[in-house]
Design a protein around this ligand. Sequence first.
Ligand code: G3H
Ligand code: 13P
Ligand code: ZN
Length: 311
Amino acid sequence: MPLVTSTEMFKKAYEGGYAIGAFNVNNMEIIQGITEAAKECNSPVILQVSKGARAYANRTYLVKLVEAAEIETGLPIVLHLDHGDSFETCKSCIDDGFTSVMIDASSKSFEENIAITKQVVDYAHAHGVVVEAELGTLAGVEDEVSVSAEDSSYTRPEDVQEFVQRTGCDSLAIAIGTSHGAYKFKPGTKPQLRFDILEEVQKRLPGFPIVLHGSSSVPQDYVKMINENGGHMPDAIGVPEDQLRQASKLAVCKINIDSDLRLAMTGTIRKYFNEHPGDFDPRQYLKPARANIKELVKHKIVDVLGSDNKI
Ligand code: G3H
Ligand code: 13P
Ligand code: ZN
């Protein structure tokens, strides 16, 4: 099966009350860990490439590695641009074979966001590619852009209908309290997503797929593994997995996870070197890192997203 768009996936996910995992990819081992997990769970999956990942690996490698994963697994895989910052970046990814792009103009004014999103939608749809847009801003760091908690803002449900109608976007990322990175909530506070906003949005856009960014749960086992093996991470708090499960049952069809994979990979490699200080063969330390990414993704698919056995 060639790479697919998310249209069918989201339709089934919405109706079935589950979500598709969208995992960020930067190299071969991450792609293998994620897709081996999806294969074992018989789950559709979205592999997403940020502008930074594309700059790191160059524009060809990740596309070819994702195509290889599709050949190896036969899974329905979406190749998605995460946080496209301009029409030009989105166009370049569409021309390279991505099946889905995000245009993130959420930091711009409502009218500017509509204009740039519509421009991307027109080009994407003419090429059989789907578009995710964003309304509302998340706190945290993505690529070189850092948004402080004070500058973040929840999505206003009263804006979503007009935005979707005027842009023609295929899915919408909203801000309901998640944020990017490993430090999402103040230590000592109780994380709580704004389900009231999600429900309001769902009421105004019945059947329309909603996306949650910044949805890592920050597994404490891996934070501990990093800190017990020479790392110095302060208290890191993520989104509780039961709240992600709840969101998956509502209109949320795509849940973005990157930081959790980074923690699993880094924790595993730090531990490996602590235990094998003399080793210098990359395969020896990347193998357990890939295996732990696979375990983590299986857990997300089965226990959080509910996308197992949905092919
Ligand atoms: O939302 C951002 C993703 O975690 C990608 O991060 O821009 O450092 O690749 P990155
Ligand atoms: P996390 O930092 O919570 O993994 O979010 C990733 C994300 O939203 C990618 O777009
Ligand atoms: Zn994001």
